[in-house]
Design a protein around this ligand. Structure first.
Ligand SMILES: Cc1cc2nc3c(=O)[nH]c(=O)nc-3n(C[C@H](O)[C@H](O)[C@H](O)COP(=O)(O)OP(=O)(O)OC[C@H]3O[C@@H](n4cnc5c(N)ncnc54)[C@H](O)[C@@H]3O)c2cc1C
Length: 455
């Protein structure tokens, strides 16, 4: 079984948590011949060599000036040429990196390589007869080989064995790939960052209250409307905008009065409809089914796709797409060089309850009392990554950059410090209430109400 694992070196020089899970999943397959595949500067070959010590037979580094500055489509194009040469039975990719955190490259690569696709993969149950049986976030799934799987943050990457040996690292440039350089690197990237600025999203003016006022502010919060997007209606209007599924309509109304609804069908039918309608923009929801379909259609039509937009605007007749980046620490304004412009917009509330109680390490020994408190409001319990990583909560409860995004009317953060990675997943809640004995905890910068106390 030939298995390729796509990995990207993080800003910290290490492997991100999703890529690490994908690599571990590949190494756990019996009789697998594992090849690491990465795109980056020549300096990444040292890092790849170290990674081969864990068990990969070899690593391929795509490195060339012509490949630099690539967005997800240009990256997927270069990777697809390498996959074409390696001809694996299975390609494993982490759900997302922590640099772009778009979750687009995997599905785009599957489309360009002509591979079957499964996203949100938690485990491989069986492999054989040209098929793979999988556990995914959405339940059981089956794909035909060759297939590409995007892997969730499950399992921990093994450590090198004492006498483990390194594999070989080959460096391939654009010529070796037979690449059309016009589709590579910054020049071949249809999405362009116009500017970035510090992420003030979610910052709030915190009002200090006592524990006795908690019930009142929760009930008041339930009566408030949660704003859909972080911006007002744009003065300039776009001609026709298509929405795939109903939920992006609120975002579309920010920028256009001519909105066409398209059903969530398959990639080929949607690509045909979009080409026939020739809209200015196409908006998709940010649930995993919509995101993977959007990525496949974008690859099929060679269009730019901007992920997880929190707001939209029209400037000079062009759609400007606003999204958090770099683990939520900055906001990027992005334009598309191709038309229609395409974006997934943050619609997914990921929760069914109007009240979510987010639990952190601060109350790991008090979860029983927190549960009783939550039941009083019919609230859903969510968790920080530290609580999940330490085994006090399950991964499906995790909120944040490497968890789910929630935007309920009321979010009560109990025993959570307020790291940017967590904030990225709940900053668009209607009312945020934080309970923490440390008055300097960053969570209070993102709360409407603060209770400086032990829960
Ligand atoms: C690449 C990457 C991705 C990440 N992704 C995520 C993600 O998706 N989601 C996420 O949550 N984190 C994520 N993290 C981790 C994140 O950076 C923080 O480490 C984590 O969110 C901290 O969890 P915490 O607030 O529960 O714990 P801590 O930071 O330990 O905070 C515990 C808090 O509890 C308070 N406290 C103590 N006792 C009490 C009490 N009795 N009552 C009330 N409060 C009390 C303390 O004052 C403290 O502020 C990620 C990190 C990285 C590097």
């Amino acid at each position: 079984m030939r298995v390729v694992v796509c990995v990207r070196q993080g800003l910290d020089g290490e492997l991100g948590p999703f890529d690490a899970s994908a690599y571990e999943m590949a190494l756990s397959l019996a009789d697998a011949e594992v090849t690491l595949l990465s795109m980056g500067p020549a300096t990444a070959s040292e890092w790849l060599l170290r990674l081969t010590r864990l068990g990969a037979q070899k690593a391929i580094l795509l490195s060339d000036k012509a490949l630099a500055g690539a967005d997800t489509l240009a990256t997927a194009y270069a990777l697809s040429l390498a996959v074409g040469r390696l001809a694996p039975d299975l390609v494993l990719c982490g759900r997302q990196t922590l640099i772009g955190d778009t979750a687009q490259t995997g599905p785009m690569l599957a489309e360009l390589a002509g591979f079957d696709l499964a996203t949100g993969v938690m485990g491989i149950r069986a492999l054989g007869d040209g098929r793979a049986l999988l556990d995914t976030r959405e339940g059981e799934a089956e794909v035909a080989l060759p297939a590409l799987l995007t892997v969730e943050k499950v399992g921990t990457l093994r450590l090198p064995r004492l006498r483990s040996r390194v594999g070989e690292v080959e460096v391939w440039n654009a010529a070796a790939l037979g690449a059309d350089v016009a589709r590579c690197g910054l020049g071949g990237s249809p999405t362009r960052v116009v500017k970035t600025f510090e992420n003030q999203t979610g910052k709030r003016k915190c009002q200090w209250i006592s524990m006795y006022e908690l019930d009142r502010v929760i009930r008041e919060g339930l009566g408030k409307q949660t704003p859909l997007a972080d911006s007002e209606q744009s003065g300039e209007r776009l001609a026709r905008v298509c929405i795939v599924g109903e939920s992006p309509r609120g975002f579309a109304e920010l920028v256009s009065d001519d909105i066409v609804l398209l059903p969530l069908t398959d990639a080929s039918e949607l690509a045909e409809r979009i080409t026939a309608l020739s809209p200015s923009a196409v908006l998709w929801a940010s649930d995993s089914a919509s995101k993977q379909l959007a990525a496949r259609v974008a690859a099929r039509l060679r269009l730019g796709l901007c992920a997880d937009c929190t707001s939209l605007a029209v400037e000079g007749g062009e759609l400007m797409m606003i999204r958090p980046a770099l683990s939520g620490s900055v906001i990027a304004k992005i334009r598309s060089m191709t038309l229609p412009a395409m974006a997934t917009v943050r619609t997914e509330s990921g929760s069914v309850s109007d009240v979510i109680v987010g639990v952190g390490m601060g109350v790991k020994d008090d979860l029983g009392r927190v549960r009783v408190f939550a039941e009083r409001y019919g609230a859903e319990l969510c968790a920080s990554r530290r609580l999940v990583d330490n085994g006090y909560a399950t991964y499906d409860m995790q909120v944040g950059l490497t968890g789910k995004v929630v935007s309920p009317p009321v979010y009560v953060a109990v025993g959570i410090s307020g790291a940017v990675h967590h904030i990225a997943g709940m900053q668009r809640a209607g009312t945020v209430i934080a309970i923490n004995p440390d008055k300097n905890a960053p969570i209070f910068d993102y709360a409407d109400y603060g209770i400086v106390a032990e829960f």
